[in-house]
Design a binder for this molecule. Sequence first.
Ligand SMILES: [Zn+2]
Length: 107
Amino acid sequence: MRLRCPHCDTLGTITTTKALSATVSQHYVICSNHECGHTWRATTEADMTISPSATPDPAVSLPLSSHMRRDVIAHQIRSGATAEYTPLKTPPTTRDLFQPADAGGPS
Ligand SMILES: [Zn+2]
């Protein structure tokens, strides 16, 4: 992600990011316009879900976009078939409530 310099409108590069919470981060940014050279701090916040996560963190609660077809999504989750898949990058933070504890799932 790049941010626009408030002085010259050139894109700046984020050099450091500090997470303040699951939804808020502070970024330290350097303007890439060498004639400007502005360095600043910016704060970003996740404020809406546009597409739901497949591995949602139960502690994160964001409003859902009004364009989401909640009734269709709920129907698909309830009635869709399950295809076996092992996450490569983002294992779920919670395992299935009905999965035995010794099934080898993430804890
Ligand atoms: Zn600048």
